[in-house]
Design a protein around this ligand. Sequence first.
Ligand code: SF4
Length: 232
Amino acid sequence: MIIGGLQKLTLLDFPGTVACTVFTVGCNLRCPFCHNPTLVFNPPESERISEDELFAFLNKRKGILDGVAITGGEPLLHSDIGEFIAKIKALGYKVKLDTNGTFPDRLEKILAEGNVDYVAMDLKNTFDRYAETVGIRDFDVELIKRSISLIRNSGVDHEFRTTVVSPLHDAGDFGLIAKQIEGADKYFLQNFVDSGDLLNGEGLTELPREELEKALDNAKKIIPQSKIRGES
Ligand code: SF4
């Protein structure tokens, strides 16, 4: 596993759990709004940490932290992700896995192994605008459909979330986006924030508040428990 960063404490990344966050390096997508391309694609050697260092840290924090949130990049890009999760779980930690949903075979295996306590999947857009939104020509949206189905039927606590970006989305899209995950436990809209270090941020903006609320209303018609991230 190539680890690009470690946040030693988070009260936000893993719902209901005092956790740390592990950032894996690399991603197979090229979302123009990716907010930390340096960390995702080419983190400086000085910021990388070895698995040995990570597990030394986790051994020391047993009883202080309850969980580990694994995010990226795309964690499932790494063929050894299942073993990595199993090692963390064996130390007694709960595990949250973030994914962009493009590796359904690996996801299926990991869900079946029973070492993941919470899965969060990005749902980038309506299926017909997926390729444009993830920056990959000829993107195979069947991968996303399979991952949605696996997660929804897994019995594992889960959420889907969409980073809302103009002009890739408008409020009217969110009925259809939510329809794609109908029956999901939780659905969050998170408005785009310009970190100043975007993959290709030209022309991208957040949705005005009024539009974001309209987007939420449309999502709620399909998934009543939909929320704007960070709001009750
Ligand atoms: S925002 Fe897109 S490109 Fe960036 S890490 Fe997530 S899935 Fe990959």
